[in-house]
Design a protein around this ligand. Structure first.
Ligand code: SF4
Length: 747
């Protein structure tokens, strides 16, 4: 039975079940008594929407036309988001696992058990024997609270968050080059750029409403250069597609920089006045010709020259990138090589001249600003800096000697669980059994824990392994702020109370801290009080929120940080006069190309890459319960090029086995010309035997500690009919439907 216990019973009781109706079904006689302006709970665009409320129940939505980012637009996830609020799968009571079965408990029973177990483990094994793993789909108040809870509540060094699987390569690269971690420009700059260089970002599916700005740029006569191993819907709309081998961005960008230098397209005045480190970077780039890069990347040299000329000759231009270049053992170097091109051409710090990282989660930006990262304190301060530590301890009233040292990344934390160093875990708003690489090892980590507490509002694949599950709040049940991908802080408003006995997440976390005897650091009566403390704790840091108030956010329809004073309007565009390093200059970094940690060989001849689809969000714990979304994309599939499929004698729609050094899975083949012949792609939103993360490589970038989700060695095997496994959770009538649908319309 294992640690999960009675899986069939858990799934029967808690789903995922499909659901398509608002509370009390479709009714024409609704009397809406409240319209609550807020933002979508999903991606980092943070589209504005109104929630329609009838008697404390969210029964509908409408897009907000007054919010300048989406101006009335929403994507398929946004229009169905409200259906999760009163979904029949919602967790309504605390649960304690007894003899393999979750049993209903009172809050006192559950919280007392959590506190007793945590105290027992810490008494036996030390404070660091408990780990805390948090998320970035939470409000910023909660992310701040989670960092403080770990350090001041439990006194453990081991805290990290799921942005580690998302944005940290961009964050580290930005900090190294610019001295601050935030997109440099507001999206209103995008239509002003003559050229967009979009790398590893399928915005059309993963950031749909951003396309508003991209199409405006196109309407203004702009061109797009797309760098992606797949001909994604975004790439298909581009003017020039550089379809590189996964993980070879550094080689490509060094060669583009080579052309920029050779053709005298570098902005020497900008370089001299505003940067350091050019000579070494220039010298390295001059050794990397387009011909050399063509061999490494698989992109013809002429296309590399064409791209460098397009970007280099334009007066204005913006570079944007996402997980495609960041999810690598060379993730930080990939980011820095794009920044080198931006700096060499002086395309930053002015209207239409810029650079931005595209976040994944709704609060991917805010979630990495205020201290839930292993090495970070509020305001993007560092755990390693004595002055920063002192400032935050003063703000918290915590004796400095009680503040633990920096911890380690989540993948490393899960290694420490297997080693028996971390014995207890509290997690909030994440789903490691889908989202971490090499989930067979992740399962071992969870099964080896002495005690695991999971806070969530649906029973995720990971929560099934927990000893205690505490029912938390959906996004409509709490107040707070998030920060979208531009750096714009927006306001989330409460529309309804949590259902049943579920509680606001911040209340649950604070209550555990209080019962641990640390109540003097946790005296909050509302998210507003948490935010007011956060403002002070972040004051003077890079991510300075001191001048941001709830009222100002609502009045201005968002405030861009840094905002150091209440009469400060915020900072939509960074670097107009100086970068954030002490001398005010940006830094070049000479980067040599290194291949991914695992490259194809005879046994595993293909490169497996993974990613997202428009109809699902992250680990799917929310979206795999919404019928409409599941109908559009019911299961994962493996994209295979026709040449590769022919060589393997695999037909479109046929189920094949995909194998890596870590595991194997069975997926329907989607035979498409849009992928490179040496590469296969599987979307990642599913768990158990449908998880691509059975296969992915947990190798980490040495700086950002992001795993290499985007490139590992794999092979595809044909399955003979008698060997076909039964996939227990596949629904009748959906066989190969995702394949058919994607080929006909979605691809
Ligand atoms: Fe929500 Fe993002 Fe879609 Fe907007 S684009 S509706 S924020 S998922």
């Amino acid at each position: 039975m294992g640690k999960v216990g009675n899986l069939e019973k858990i799934v029967a009781e808690f789903g995922p079940h499909l659901h398509d109706e608002p509370y009390e079904g479709w009714r024409a006689d609704r009397v809406i008594d409240k319209v609550v302006p807020t933002h979508c709970p999903y991606c980092g665009v943070q589209c504005g929407m109104n929630l329609l409320v009838e008697r404390d129940h969210v029964v509908g939505f409408e897009p907000r036309y007054d919010f300048p980012v989406n101006e009335g637009r929403l994507c398929p996830k946004g229009v169905t988001a409200y259906l999760q609020v009163h979904h029949p799968d919602r967790l309504l009571h605390p649960l304690i696992k007894r003899n393999g079965t979750f049993e209903r408990a009172t809050w006192d029973e559950a919280l007392d058990l959590v506190v007793a177990k945590f105290k027992e483990l810490q008494a036996k094994h030390g404070k660091d024997s408990i780990g805390v793993y948090s998320g970035s789909s939470l409000t910023t108040e909660k992310t701040y609270l989670m960092g403080k809870f770990a350090r001041a509540g439990l006194g453990t060094r081991y805290v990290d968050y799921n942005g580690r699987l998302c944005m940290v390569s961009a964050a580290a690269g930005n900090n190294k080059a610019f001295g601050i971690d935030r997109a440099a420009n507001p999206w209103s700059d995008i239509p002003l750029a003559e050229v967009l260089l979009i790398a590893g970002a399928n915005c059309a599916e993963t950031f749909p409403v951003l396309n508003k700005f991209l199409w405006q740029q196109r309407d203004n006569g702009g061109v797009w250069i797309i760098v992606d191993p797949r001909e994604t819907p975004t790439a298909r709309q581009g003017d020039l597609h550089l379809q590189l081998r996964p993980g070879t961005d550094v080689a490509l960008l060094n060669a583009m920089l080579h052309v920029v230098i050779q053709e005298r397209l570098a902005d020497e005045a900008f370089i001299a006045a505003r940067t350091n480190g050019w000579a070494e970077t220039r010298e390295l780039a001059l050794r990397h010709t387009p011909q050399l890069a063509a061999e490494i990347t698989g992109v013809p040299a002429e296309k590399i020259v064409q791209a460098a000329r397009l970007y280099g000759r334009a007066k204005t231009g913006m570079v944007m990138h996402a997980r495609g270049i960041e999810h690598h053992t060379n993730g930080v170097n990939n980011v820095l090589s794009y920044i080198n091109l931006v700096l060499a051409t002086g395309k930053i710090g002015a209207a239409g001249r810029g650079y931005g990282t595209i976040t994944g989660q709704g609060n991917g930006q805010g979630g990495r600003e205020h201290g839930q990262k292993a090495d970070q304190l509020p305001g993007q301060r560092s755990m390693l800096n004595p002055e920063h530590r002192r400032y935050v301890c003063d703000a918290w009233g915590l004796p400095e000697e009680e503040l633990p040292q920096a911890g380690v990344s989540v993948v490393e934390m899960f290694g420490k669980m297997r080693a028996g160093e971390i014995r207890g875990l509290l997690s909030l708003c994440n789903n490691v059994m889908v989202s971490l690489p090499d989930i067979n090892e992740v399962r071992r980590s969870l099964e080896g824990l002495d005690f695991y507490v999971n806070i969530d509002f649906f029973m995720s694949e990971s929560a099934r392994y927990a000893d205690v599950v505490l029912p938390g709040s959906a996004w409509s049940e709490d107040e707070g702020v998030t920060c979208n991908s531009e750096g714009r802080v927006v306001k989330i408003n409460k529309a309804n109370d949590p259902p049943g006995e579920a509680k606001e997440d911040w209340w649950i976390v604070q209550e555990i801290a209080r019962r641990m005897g640390r109540g003097k650091y946790f005296t909050f009566n509302s998210p507003r009080e948490i935010f007011d403390e956060l403002r002070v704790a972040s004051r003077g840091g890079n991510a300075d929120y001191y001048g941001i108030t709830y009222e100002k956010v609502e009045r201005q329809n968002g405030v861009f940080w840094p905002c150091p004073a209440e009469d400060h309007p915020g900072t939509p565009r960074l670097f107009e006069e100086r970068f954030n390093h002490p001398d005010g200059k940006a830094k070049f970094h000479p980067i040599e190309y290194n291949p991914p940690a695992e490259v194809p060989d005879e046994e595993f001849p293909l490169i497996l890459t993974s990613g997202r689809v428009v109809y699902q969000y992250l680990s799917g714990n929310q979206t795999r319960r919404i019928g409409f979304l599941v109908q559009q994309c019911p299961e994962p599939y493996v994209e295979i090029h026709p040449e590769t499929a022919a060589r393997l004698n695999v037909s479109d729609g046929e189920r094949v086995k995909v194998v890596s050094r870590r595991g194997e899975g069975v997926f329907p083949a989607l035979v498409v010309r849009t992928i490179r012949p040496d590469t296969i792609f599987i979307p990642y939103h599913w768990g158990e035997q449908l998880a691509v993360n059975q296969l992915t490589n947990p190798a980490l970038d040495p700086v950002s500690k992001i795993p290499e989700f985007k490139a590992c060695a794999a092979r595809v095997e044909k399955i003979h009919a008698r060997a076909l496994p039964l996939l227990g959770r596949r629904r009748r009538g959906t066989e190969s439907s995702s394949v058919t649908r994607l080929r006909d319309g979605g691809q």
